[in-house]
Design a protein around this ligand. Structure first.
Ligand SMILES: C[S@@+](CC[C@H](N)C(=O)[O-])C[C@H]1O[C@@H](n2cnc3c(N)ncnc32)[C@H](O)[C@@H]1O
Length: 304
């Protein structure tokens, strides 16, 4: 909240409203006139957020949408030229704790992992129909699992698999050493990223977020694994540069203009007290930038 600096009368977007905790913080601090667009692809999350935020009345607009549609949804609802946007990436505790959603190997449930009904594939379809080579690729790239080939081989040898428990046991037998974490953690992360197309979605939404920020508006991103954080970092570095020509070119030919000022050069990590209160925040990394330049601040600007 310190980084968002909500003020009364301004407009904000919580692009990952989840259970509405951050949204409530923004609404409280932007009282009495601040407005919020609360977005999530998960209808169940929106139901909880609606209930929690009901006392704020028409100061909040709820929309079920994916990040790839952010700019369109924001403009349709009068949220262009906003003072701040928050992305608190990853899964919510609601999604993680519900065995029917299939995100966790701690309790048995169907191999689903879809954050919302818009996702085209479930984890079950990926696990049971993708080739061994494709499975190994996503487990290595998205899970950063060094035993990816062995895990993919074991999955293919034991499929069809239908539950999170079955998958976790197959992976645990294939992965010998996983340090402090459960042996299936990396494979579950990989599948979740693939099911929800998380990395491409993040790449697509960041430029959209910049386009709907007013000059001085804040872009705040909390990510939970290094793949996401790398995408955010590269984007912020690139957008804060006036020139993105390769160093070997003597004179600038790119025509690029800086659109952001980075307010955090290094990611902010949670304090020990925060981790003690909320152990899941251990891997969180926060990056913040503010929009440069002049631009339209009208709620429904169509000129950009
Ligand atoms: C970590 S939770 C957010 C928690 C929330 N900030 C709070 O205070 O309770 C992330 C939320 O973002 C949503 N989400 C993740 N990726 C999304 C995407 N591409 N489009 C829309 N919503 C997404 C998830 O469904 C989930 O509810």
């Amino acid at each position: 909240m310190r980084w968002m600096q909500p003020t009364s009368g301004a407009r904000y977007i919580e692009a990952t409203v989840g259970l509405g905790g951050h949204a409530q913080g923004i609404l409280e601090r932007s009282s009495p006139g601040g407005r919020l667009l609360a977005l999530d692809r998960d209808p169940e999350a929106l139901r909880h957020a609606r209930e929690r935020l009901s006392s704020y009345g028409d100061r909040v607009v709820f929309v079920q949408a994916r990040h790839v549609d952010l700019e369109k949804v924001a403009r349709q609802n009068g949220f262009a030229g906003i003072a701040g946007i928050l992305f608190d990436l990853g899964v919510s505790s609601l999604q993680l704790m519900d065995p029917r959603r299939g995100f966790s190997f701690k309790e048995d449930g169907p191999l689903d992992m879809r954050m919302g009904p818009d996702a085209e594939l479930s984890a079950q379809e990926i696990v049971n129909t993708w080739s061994q080579r494709e499975l190994a690729r996503i487990i290595r790239e998205y899970g950063e699992e060094r035993y990816a080939r062995r895990v993919a081989w074991a999955i293919c040898a034991r499929r069809p698999l239908h539950t999170t428990g079955e998958l976790a046991r197959v992976v645990a037998r294939a992965v010998r050493h996983s340090g402090r974490i459960h042996p299936a953690t990396r494979t579950f992360q990989a599948l979740r990223i693939a099911v929800n197309d998380e990395l491409d979605s993040l790449r697509a939404v960041l430029p959209q977020a910049v386009r709907i920020l007013a000059p001085g508006g804040r872009l705040v991103v909390i990510s939970f694994h290094s793949l996401e954080d790398r995408i955010v970092k590269r984007f912020l570095v690139r957008e804060s540069r006036a020139c993105i020509c390769p160093p070997r070119i003597p004179e600038c030919v790119c025509g690029h203009e800086a659109t952001l000022k980075r307010l955090t050069k290094k990611p902010i990590r949670p304090a020990d007290a925060e981790v003690a209160r909320n152990p899941r925040s251990r891997s969180a990394r926060l990056r913040v930038a503010s929009r440069l330049g002049t631009g339209c601040t009208a709620p429904r600007c169509h000129n950009e």
